[in-house]
Design a protein around this ligand. Structure first.
Ligand SMILES: Cc1cc2nc3c(=O)[nH]c(=O)nc-3n(C[C@H](O)[C@H](O)[C@H](O)COP(=O)(O)O)c2cc1C
Length: 199
């Protein structure tokens, strides 16, 4: 059974919801899944003032744990078109794992959220995917088996590079059913791919 980590950073809860959908899809394919988040770096006072969602159930991940998984799916809200500093800070501590090749051949995958439709979904996905490739991971995107990414009848996230959601300028939009379906699909494909690659 493939062991999968869904690792995320979410200030306002959109990526937290997407992480749960990724996990649901992976579990449906028979994988054992942990959902964990990276530490917050913003001072608590600032986070409170900025209305961050502070009641997130997922435990905080430790960098060394990354080596324990067959697949790691990484999600974050965008910051100026690239991954959040919280996620980058966590990954920057994985130099030891990188040096040992501890993540070589494992499956890596990415999902993101932006405020606006064209606010950097693909560039943010690629900022994560770049990192995954440096770790020597095999990248799984969101193939067109999730046909919902081609919909034009409604505003929707989703791209071949990974599942996405659009939070809206004020954060009031929540992940749509189509976006959650994409996340579940991605979780399933990650699990199936990891299962095939287990050595
Ligand atoms: C410092 C900062 C920079 C941001 N930059 C962008 C951006 O470049 N494009 C965009 O669409 N949204 C941007 N956002 C909005 C966030 O991406 C949005 O709040 C996030 O995707 C919501 O996901 P979450 O609820 O999981 O935190 C930015 C937010 C902050 C705080």
């Amino acid at each position: 059974m493939a062991k999968i980590l869904v690792l995320y950073y979410s200030a306002y809860g959109h990526i937290e919801t997407m992480a749960q959908a990724i996990a649901e899809g992976a579990r449906g394919a028979g994988a054992q899944v942990d959902i964990k988040r990276v530490p917050e770096l913003v001072p608590e006072e600032v986070a409170r003032r900025s209305h961050y969602k502070l009641d997130q159930a997922a435990p905080i991940a430790k960098v060394e744990e990354l080596a324990d998984y067959d697949a790691i799916v990484i999600g974050t809200g965008t910051r100026f078109g690239r991954m959040s500093s919280q996620m980058a800070n966590f990954l920057d501590q994985a130099g030891g794992l990188w040096a040992r090749g501890a993540l070589h051949g494992k499956v890596g995958s990415a999902f993101v959220s932006t405020a606006t439709q064209h606010g950097g979904q693909e560039t943010t996905l690629f900022s994560i995917i770049t990192n995954l490739l440096h770790f020597g991971m095999v990248v799984v995107g969101l193939d067109y088996g999730h046909a919902g990414q081609m919909r034009l009848d409604e505003v929707t996230g989703g791209s071949p590079y990974g599942s996405t959601t659009i939070a809206g300028g004020d954060g009031s939009r929540q992940p749509s059913e189509n976006e959650l379906e994409g996340a579940r699909y991605q979780g399933r494909v990650v699990a199936e791919t990891a299962q095939r690659l287990i050595r």
